[in-house]
Design a protein around this ligand. Sequence first.
Ligand code: DX5
Ligand code: ZN
Length: 221
Amino acid sequence: MKSSNSPILAPSILAADHAELCRGLQAVAEAHNSWVHLDIMDGHFVPNLSFGPGTVQALRQRDGQLFFDTHLMLSRPDQYIEAFTDAGSQQITIHIEPEYDVAGTLRDIKQRGLKCGLALNPGTEAAAVKDLLPLVDLVLVMTVWPGFGGQSFIEDTLPKMQQLSQWRTEKNYHFRLEVDGGINLETGRRCFEAGADTFVAGTAFFKADDSDAFRREFESF
Ligand code: DX5
Ligand code: ZN
């Protein structure tokens, strides 16, 4: 069941050169993207560390236009909402898996005037987030186990997208359905057919010969 939301590509700068992150941000902007995806990792919820609010703030000072789609892969994201809000995020996505007040944190994000998203790892069933769907602006279906870019797309996440897309239609929700991990034009199109409308691509975006054309392909799904 395809989405009624317009397709958006959200390049992840996790795949950019971390010695020159703002060049990666520039490349996202120069390819006329409206979103950039910021992967924040704590080395606890996921087995890797990436960057924090200070880096996000520095990037925000370099670019005031891009929509900062901030993906918190943290065990306690509730403790960092203020910091990432102050750093310039416009959307904050939190994971359902760790032990903390998920609903309260979603409400906190919204009360700060940001969009809120809820992310599910490949092993988490759609049913785990069903009751929270009325609260969210975005659901992020991880299509790899989070922690590293450049992994292969996990096929059996497709039925989860279909299920979420069906509930969205049935209940007339308007959340965006985002996918993240191993997304290229081929896997992205399959996710689109399953109901996704927002596509995180790190490796594929930064490897593209023509990143503007790459973006246009997604937007024309
Ligand atoms: C979680 C990260 C990655 C990244 C995209 O590990 O969220 O999925 O954004 O990785 P690529 O597009 O390089 O597979
Ligand atoms: Zn991500």
